[in-house]
Design a binder for this molecule. Structure first.
Ligand SMILES: [Zn+2]
Length: 435
């Protein structure tokens, strides 16, 4: 999702896997799948390139089946012996966004890296990748039979020269939200600057709701890798820099949209520490950032709005929040007409009983709700028209929210706040003790 100008049946979803016991099916390591997606708007293939082992499974062993309907794709693992679903999680990729752009619609094919990760299975599994269709149903687009003894699984040591460090460690990675910051566009002499930038971003994140109240469950780490040159590519200004992860502005031809080509290399670098979500810090003063939901987000570090951009982009990446602003993107029909988006903070519904954030609606609120000085001041929760890049027919919960504006005073709306908390519960919850 581009930087500032991402459930149905959302209510009371308890993040709990369907009683899949981790130890029955998995060991405490991860299996990374490095994939390529190639195609245009009409057709696409997803192909496995590399399998690699990661040293631990940092995600929650009690949350093996994601309870949220998030992701343009879904990764599923089925125990081969019993054909039982033992792992499921949403996945997004830049390709899903590319497929909605004009070049893709006119048949220009592109190849884009993406990465999936599952816990390391104890025995053979069938792995599937499913694509979400226009009506939100899922279709299987790739099937692989994986065996943990497969000699193709790379079991390599981390890249020498990468320097992992801790900012705060709140304990067992299985039950913490583990955020890793990766350096991009920092030269060998700028390691201290990177560490200071990580501290600045981390301090800001942990000072705002809902992260502030949950900071005892959030671990923060960094990995420093020196780039040949400082900065990043600004193609619209003719600026190109040789950097560790090949980040660049002008993603999908949007000047402020900053992502990177080397998704596989980014995951290889991140695997030096336990991580649930990746933040790439780009050493630049230019305004911008970007996010691929459920995978990673990017922000520059030295624009006055950089901490705000970071918190906004992490909202996409971590909690599958939609942009609540209107227009200003290259996407076409990213939210097909007549289909309720799966993101928690936008809706096409106006019936109070069906609206996904009905438990938060202000008493006797009129739907749709008019944005006014009063509704802003009272933080009215209703259905305000405009969101998901669309000015008509799409509604957001409150007049103001960080998913729609860069005003530091705004904060997240109650629905985004709740969605972030539920995702942090998904990554951190512990099994209930027997009574
Ligand atoms: Zn919001």
């Amino acid at each position: 999702m581009a930087a500032l100008a991402c459930c149905q049946a959302q209510e009371a979803v308890t993040p709990k896997s369907e009683s899949v016991a981790f130890d029955d099916f998995f060991v405490d390591k991860a299996l990374r799948l490095e994939l390529y997606q190639c195609g245009d708007a009409r057709e696409m293939t997803t192909t496995l390139q590399t399998l690699a082992e990661e040293p631990c499974w940092p995600e929650n062993p009690n949350s093996l089946i994601m309870p949220f309907p998030y992701g343009k794709y879904s990764v599923k693992a089925w125990d081969a012996a019993s054909n039982r679903l033992v792992y499921a999680k949403g996945l997004d990729s830049l390709f899903a966004e590319y497929a909605t752009t004009k070049p893709a619609l006119s048949g220009t094919k592109r190849v884009i890296q993406t990465t999936a990760r599952i816990p390391m299975p104890k025995a053979a599994v069938k792995l599937t990748i499913e694509r979400r269709n226009g009506d939100n149903s899922l279709t299987t687009i790739m099937t692989e039979h994986l065996d943990p003894s497969d000699i193709r699984i790379r079991r390599e040591s981390p890249t020498k020269g990468d320097k992992p460090f801790e900012v705060q460690n709140k304990g067992d990675a299985h039950h913490c939200l583990d955020i890793v910051f990766l350096s991009e566009g920092y030269s060998a002499t700028q390691e201290d600057k990177f560490k200071a930038d990580v501290q600045k971003m981390s301090d800001y994140l942990l000072s705002v709701a809902p992260y502030k109240g949950l900071s005892d469950r959030i671990s923060v780490r960094g990995v420093f890798r020196a780039s040949e040159e400082s900065g990043t590519d600004l193609p619209h200004k003719g600026v190109f820099r040789n950097t560790a992860l090949n980040s660049s502005f002008n993603t999908l031809d949007i000047d402020r949209y900053l992502l990177l080509d080397d998704n596989h290399r980014m995951h290889q670098m991140a695997a030096a520490v336990p991580f649930d979500t990746i933040v790439v810090l780009v050493n630049s003063t230019t305004y911008g950032g970007g996010a691929i939901c459920l995978d990673y987000c990017v922000t520059t570090t030295d624009h006055p709005s950089s901490p705000m951009v970071f918190v906004h982009e992490l909202g996409h990446c971590l909690a599958y929040l939609a942009d609540e602003y209107v227009g200003n993107v290259s996407y076409n029909d990213i939210y097909p007409e007549g289909v309720e988006p799966v993101e928690p903070n936008i809706t096409r519904q106006l019936e109070p009983d069906k609206i996904k954030w009905k438990s938060f609606l202000s008493k006797d609120v009129t739907l749709p709700t008019k944005s006014s000085r009063e509704t802003r001041a009272e933080r009215t929760v209703g259905a305000f028209e405009g969101g998901g890049y669309l000015s008509k027919g799409m509604y957001r919960p409150q007049a103001g929210c960080w998913m729609g504006s860069a005003n530091p005073k705004e904060g997240f709306c109650v629905v985004c706040d709740d969605a972030i908390q539920r995702m942090i519960d998904f990554y951190t919850s512990k099994p209930e003790l027997p009574k």
